[in-house]
Design a protein. Structure first.
Length: 144
């Protein structure tokens, strides 16, 4: 199986069987983001204890890319420290702006590496980044 096909299957699987979907309480921070270019919406809630993400849930409407990205993000940060999220966020943003010219670091990104193909389509980049930026804002809200 080619790598592109595997990546497409990972995205499709997360879209069809999302992880962390459904907004749960209690939570420490929440953020709602909209992609004005396509109408995708996501709400992310996060709970933190001692700089560790003890829960991250999301809900929204949108394309397979934004919804799968939220699911992948849940798996990446759940029960992990904020340093891991910060490193993954930096890597994911760089990957999304690479226009397919940067190889993803699967050790840092896990399944989020599957979005490398999305980086070739500027309109889709916003879809993939939507839950990541919402989580970043939810964490900032939780820290206040």
């Amino acid at each position: 199986m080619q790598l592109d096909s595997l990546y497409q299957e990972i995205i499709l699987d997360h879209y069809k069987n999302p992880h962390g979907v459904g907004l749960h309480a209690p939570f420490d921070g929440e953020a709602f983001h909209v992609n004005t270019s396509c109408g995708d919406e996501v709400t992310v809630r996060v709970s933190l204890v001692d700089q560790v993400v003890t829960n991250m849930t999301h809900d929204g409407v949108g394309c397979s890319i934004s919804r799968a990205s939220a699911s992948v993000l849940h798996d990446l940060v759940f029960k992990e420290n904020l340093e891991k999220f910060s490193l993954a966020l930096d890597n994911f943003v760089e990957l999304m702006h690479s226009k397919g010219k940067t190889a993803p670091d699967e050790n840092i990104l896990g399944d989020a590496a599957a979005f490398v193909g999305v980086s070739q389509y500027p309109a889709r980049v916003k879809c993939a980044l939507l839950p990541w930026m919402a989580l970043k804002d939810a964490i900032e809200g939780a820290r206040r």
